[in-house]
Structures are given as structure tokens and as C-alpha cells.
Write a protein that binds this ligand. Structure first.
Ligand SMILES: C[S@@+](CC[C@H](N)C(=O)[O-])C[C@H]1O[C@@H](n2cnc3c(N)ncnc32)[C@H](O)[C@@H]1O
Length: 388
């Protein structure tokens, strides 16, 4: 049986009311009482096509909820409408449906492009919550990340970049939460004096590496939309005393940055989490100076993956559920006006059979292996050489 007592008193009462009127006979009785403006006895069966026993059963249900009241009159019971209770329920109904009516979504919206943006709002909420929780943890976060060996998306045992970072100049252990899936700075051709923007900077891992490359004369801006991540990055920055790194809070789909702000955009394992990738790349184009470029590490798929497989990959490596097909990804970059598009590095993310078996049946597993489809971490480079 479905438990109803976990819901609010108001919802329980509203559903009792709905149930009480959810029969045409009971509605007909209420209608009759309202139209005749009288009280009635069980002999209403003469006016409605119902037997006496059926009428009394329905009268009882209406009475139990207080929609009608009965008064004994000799051998008969007279039933009258209880308008104050009906008013109470109608008010409850109205206040319940008012906010629902106010939401700008209807069945027609299903086929319009309004729906994805609402869905996207929820997705972003989930992403913020997840990374907010990661940032809030005080333990060695490298062991608890989402694209790293974490358990926040399940029992992850896999790190997409392993220890590659620790040897790099500028590596800041506190900022390295093991959340990346590549080394974007490796191919970013960052020069002394450049202004670099790191999208979805997390705790600042790539910003500190980029700072070593831009030197004292350059500038690094780390953008992230999760408040706790920005705070964490800021704490890490305070410890270093560097003056040319800045962490700001903002959404990649709508960056709080002027046009032509930077020479280089970098990003590590973030755009797969952004619902509108076209908007993200259009924003990257906008904030890059003419002649600027980006180097972005991300997760992509080859071909559409079955849901079970995406789930397995998400549990194993994280950052997969929002990943799109590699060709589609590259096409978006091209459509947004970039040139010299190159995949600088590509690594398959191999999910062990034991994990796959939890999500795919034997037939699906064989089909997956035969299809050659899979999940990859890539690092892409492209230039802004034209105005859109
Ligand atoms: C997988 S983590 C990577 C963090 C960092 N790049 C690193 O390698 O350590 C993804 C980060 O992207 C941020 N993020 C996701 N979607 C975003 C968006 N639409 N706008 C800004 N930041 C976003 C999250 O808050 C999170 O900090």
C-alpha cells in the first residue's frame, strides 16, 4: 500500500476531498442539492437514477468528509450541503493550483524548445549540488572527486588523469581534486603575458599551472558557477599570495565577462556537464580576442551510447552522462566559427566488464563490444580567426 502520511496535512486533505467527489453519483447529489436549494433524505433516489442503497452509500461518503451534514428528522435523516466546508476545500484547491497555473509550461510546450531550458535548469542544479558537496569536503578530495577515484557518483575506482599533474610546474596539491580528464595546459600554447580563462575552474588546479606559464605579467581568471568551488579556489589562492589570479562565479552559458577578454581559454572536464554546448562555445568565441585560441579537455562518446552503458560509465568514471558524440562536438565548434580545429590527445575510457555487467545484459554487452562505440577523453584545440 502507498503511504500517504509522509505528505503534508494539506495534500492529504485535498486528496481526500478529490476522492470524495470522484464519482458522478456523488457529484450529481451535490448538484441536486445546490439546484434545489433544499435538504434531502435518502429518497433522493426518486429524483436520481440510483437505488436507495447506492444513494445512502454515496451520502455517507459525502457526509464523512463534511461536504454534507445529516440531521435526524423522525424516521428520516435529512442531508444538507455544508457550504462552509465546501468553500474551505475550494480555497485549498485554488491555492494548490494557483502556482501550477502560473508555471509557463503546458502540453504544447513539450514540442517547443522551452522544455529543454527547464530541464537544463534542473541539470545545472544537480551539477552545482554535486560539486558544492565535493568542494565542501575537507578530506583529501583527490580521493573523492567525480571524474577521479571518487564515491560521490558511486564507487568510482578510476582516475582519468592519474598522477600526471603532480610533476607539472605550478601544480598546487590543494587545488588538485582529481576532477580533470586531461591536461589542457599541455597544448594551450600559453605565453608570458597572456590572459587565460579557465572555464569550470573547480578549486583552481589548471589556473595555478597556467599562472606559471603567463608569468608575472599575465593574468589568469578561473570561472565556476558553484559557489563553494569558487570559495575553495579563493582559499587556495590566498595561501599562495599570487596577485594575478582571480576566481569569479558565473555560468559558462552566460559568462559575466566582456567580449574579447582573453588570449587563451582552457577547460578541464567541464563542458560535458554544460547542457547547451552550442551556447558554451559561442560564449568562448565571444570572450576570446581575435587570433586567440582554446585548449579544452573533455569527455565525448563515439556514437550514441545505450542508457545502461552511460549509467555504467557515469558510475565508473563520472562526467559521462552529459557527454555527446565526438563528431557532433567538433561540428558545434566549427559551427561557432572556430578554425584550425585539432584533437591534440585522445584516450579511451575503458570500463571493466565487471562494471558493465551490472548495467548491461549479456546481449547488450556483446553488442556494445562489437559496435566499437565507446567513451573518450579528448583535448581539443581551435582558434578564433574570424568575426561571426
Ligand atoms: C569535473 S569538475 C572539473 C574542475 C576543474 N576543471 C578540475 O579539473 O579540477 C567540473 C567543474 O565545472 C563546474 N561547472 C559545471 N558546469 C558549469 C557551468 N555551466 N558554468 C560554470 N561552471 C560549471 C562545476 O562547478 C565543477 O567545479
Amino acid at each position: 500500500m502507498i503511504k500517504t502520511d509522509i505528505f503534508s496535512q494539506e495534500l492529504q486533505e485535498l486528496s481526500r476531498f478529490t476522492k470524495a467527489i470522484a464519482h458522478p453519483a456523488r457529484l450529481a447529489i451535490l448538484q441536486y442539492l445546490a439546484e434545489t436549494k433544499t435538504c434531502i433524505s435518502g429518497d433522493i433516489s426518486k429524483s436520481l437514477p440510483l437505488s436507495r442503497s447506492t444513494v445512502s452509500q454515496h451520502l455517507k461518503e459525502l457526509k464523512d468528509l463534511g461536504l454534507i451534514q445529516g440531521r435526524i428528522d423522525g424516521l428520516k435523516t435529512n442531508y444538507c450541503l455544508c457550504s462552509s466546508n465546501i468553500d474551505k476545500y475550494l480555497l485549498m484547491f485554488e491555492s494548490f493550483f494557483e502556482p501550477i497555473k502560473a508555471v509557463d509550461i503546458s502540453c504544447e510546450t513539450l514540442n517547443s524548445n522551452k522544455l529543454p531550458s527547464m530541464k537544463n535548469k534542473n541539470l545545472k542544479g544537480i551539477v552545482k549540488e554535486k560539486y558544492g558537496a565535493i568542494a565542501g569536503q575537507n578530506t583529501l578530495l583527490k580521493e573523492q572527486g567525480c571524474c577521479g577515484p571518487s564515491n560521490c557518483c558511486g564507487e568510482l575506482e578510476f582516475s582519468m588523469i592519474g598522477d600526471e599533474y603532480t610533476e607539472i610546474d605550478g601544480h598546487n596539491a590543494d587545488a588538485d581534486l582529481g576532477l580533470g580528464c586531461g591536461l589542457p595546459t599541455e597544448f594551450a600554447q600559453i605565453k608570458k603575458g597572456d590572459t587565460v580563462i579557465d572555464l569550470g575552474a573547480g578549486a583552481g588546479n589548471d589556473c595555478f599551472v597556467a599562472r606559471t606559464l603567463v608569468g608575472e605579467t599575465g593574468k589568469v581568471i578561473g570561472l565556476d558557477f558553484t559557489e563553494e568551488m569558487v570559495q575553495k579556489a579563493q582559499q587556495n589562492l590566498t595561501k599562495t599570495g599570487f596577485k594575478n589570479i582571480e576566481f569569479i562565479q558565473g555560468d559558462i552559458e552566460e559568462m559575466p565577462l566582456p567580449d574579447s577578454t582573453c588570449d587563451v581559454v582552457i577547460s578541464n572536464c567541464v563542458l560535458n556537464l554544460v547542457p547547451d554546448k552550442q551556447k558554451a562555445f559561442s560564449e568562448i568565441f565571444r570572450i576570446l580576442k581575435q587570433g586567440g585560441h582554446f585548449s579544452i579537455s573533455d569527455v565525448v562518446t563515439s556514437g550514441a551510447l545505450p542508457e545502461g552503458l552511460k549509467e555504467a560509465a557515469e558510475m565508473y568514471a563520472g562526467c559521462v552522462s552529459g557527454a555527446i558524440d565526438k563528431q557532433e562536438y567538433l561540428k558545434i565548434i566549427e559551427d561557432e566559427g572556430f578554425s584550425q580545429i585539432k584533437i591534440q590527445k585522445e584516450k579511451p575510457i575503458v570500463i571493466p566488464d565487471e562494471t558493465l555487467q551490472n548495467y548491461l545484459n549479456e546481449e547488450e554487452l556483446t553488442e556494445y563490444k562489437r559496435s566499437g562505440r565507446g567513451i573518450f577523453s579528448i583535448t581539443v584545440y581551435a582558434e578564433k580567426n574570424s568575426r561571426k
